[in-house]
Design a binder for this molecule. Sequence first.
Ligand code: ZN
Length: 358
Amino acid sequence: MTGALATPRYAGAAAPISDPALGRFIAGMPKSEYHVHLEGTLEAEMKFALAKRNGMALPFADVAAMKASYVYHDLPSFLAIYYDGMKVLQTEADFRDLAYAYLARAASQNVIYAEMFFDPQEHLKRGVPIAAVIGGITRARAEAQAALGIRSQLILCFVRDLSAESAMAALDAALPFKADLVGVGLDSDEAGNPPEKFREHFAKARAHGLKVTAHCDIDQPDTLRNIRTVLTDLNVDRIDHGGNIVQSPELVAIARERGITFTVCPTFSGTLRKRETVPVDVVRAMLDAGLKVTISSDDPAYMGSEYIDDVLIRAVERSKLTREELVLMARYGFEAAWLPQADKDVMIARLEAYVKAG
Ligand SMILES: [Zn+2]
């Protein structure tokens, strides 16, 4: 359409793999993603294109200089870069182009279904209307489904280090568009912002028919307390990250009993260090604990531009995952979709047919 950015074409996965046949199996496998922040898919190339379209100047000479600035050592230092980068998102067309670029890249890697996060508070505070944010993403979803066959839904995330009032204002602004949302989530800096800060927000979202998920980032202060709160008090439908749960057999038992699925992003949160004498591999430990794990790419534009196939390949190498474990996690993913059971059954049948043919 007029003024839209050309959708980039992408090659397949680039991460090295010791078993090339397994790499090909991953590439062809029907997949789903539940933990990808749309603003975290904003590639440096697109930032420059959007800045130009919106008449904005960026403090970097070129793409290479911008990418060289992506240096972080913990969650707050990552978030500072992340929030600064999204300022180029100004119009409905910007959000459309952002979401379509992610969906095109995901579809090129055989992702057939995605539930994507977005952070409306960050856009509202810059004066971008919620209708432009949700409208642009919703248009991209429809266009990507029609053109590429990838289905998707949208999860509104509360930015937990902003005020509870700001989060409620964002929810209230978004509720007129609730038909375009499937759920709410909780992301950003967990330290000092426990999940119960959003009790009323979750209750209101549920009353409007939305699902609820929450980030429990790795090795945060009070991490086990927060995991307990979302599991047993706020009764979330899924947990994003949550790897520290393996440090509590009691919480593992509760999560297994409730059938909770964890959306794990090993690129950023792959290892437990605090309280551990030896670092613990999150994916391996969670699978071995009998938890339902599905792997996602989180904020790929800030993590070496590695999307789901690369993330899975690196997880295979690091966590010594077998083909059977990859298929099991793909199945957990489709089962966790916030879709009618009949729709999930169709996707699971596609996975089973692929495995049988392979
Ligand atoms: Zn995340």
